[in-house]
Design a protein around this ligand. Structure first.
Ligand code: GRF
Length: 208
């Protein structure tokens, strides 16, 4: 059975949706850089091994990443899943797990990389917003796109309501994207991902 390791920093709602999806994989560990992350309790409740590697205990990014990579490697993962993991990973880390790291981002990339995506989407007046699952590369929030879900921006929306509508879709597409990976249905060619997921699923795109 394939093995996945999930990296978190906080609330853990995506982690929960992945664990609830009962994927055909062993979740070898959930690793948090934040000892106070609520997701750690979620993992424990599912009986998953947890580890905390507190970035504040390291003098620099490189030494934190080395410790994180060693811990992750010891779990022999086929895939690393970033689920609200709020640290930027160094080149060395990315090389070690190249092509085997996925992230979810709360916008329709390449629009709104970085933070505060819902506030910025409202400010820009976009009519369609959403979320993206992508492979991680050294360019922040710019790796090859695996799946996206779009939600309408409604009149009277505020950041909270829009975020909740997007999060609902995150919980739907992230387990799906991981399932595709585990089933060998994702093919990465250059910066493009193709999905061979059957007739009913449009290539590399999931809509509500
Ligand atoms: C999600 O919105 C995800 O897209 C972003 O960070 C947030 C994490 O939420 N990368 P949670 O910890 O999964 O609830």
């Amino acid at each position: 059975m394939k093995r996945i390791v999930i990296l978190i920093s906080g609330r853990g709602s995506n982690l929960q949706s992945i664990l609830e999806a009962k994927l055909h994989a062993q979740v070898a560990a959930v690793i948090s850089n934040n000892p106070a992350a609520r997701g750690i309790d979620i993992a424990r409740n599912f009986g998953v091994d947890t580890a905390v590697i507190d970035h504040r205990a390291f003098p620099d990014r490189a030494s934190f990443d080395t410790a994180l990579a060693e811990k992750a490697d010891s779990c022999r993962p086929d895939l690393l899943v970033l689920a609200g993991f709020m640290r930027i990973l160094t080149e060395g880390f990315l090389k070690r797990f190249g092509g085997r790291i996925m992230n979810i981002h709360p916008s329709l990339l390449p629009a709104f990389p970085g933070v505060d995506t819902h506030r910025r989407a409202l400010q820009e007046g976009v009519r369609i917003h959403g979320c993206t699952v992508h492979f991680v590369t050294s360019e922040l929030d710019h790796g090859p796109i695996i799946a996206q879900a779009a939600v309408p921006v409604l009149s009277g929306d505020n950041e909270e309501r829009l975020a909740a509508r997007v999060l609902e879709q995150e919980h739907r597409i992230y387990p799906q994207a991981i399932r595709w990976f585990l089933d060998g249905k994702l093919k990465l060619e250059g910066n493009r991902v193709t999905v061979s997921a059957g007739r009913s699923t449009p290539d590399a795109l999931v809509c509500p």
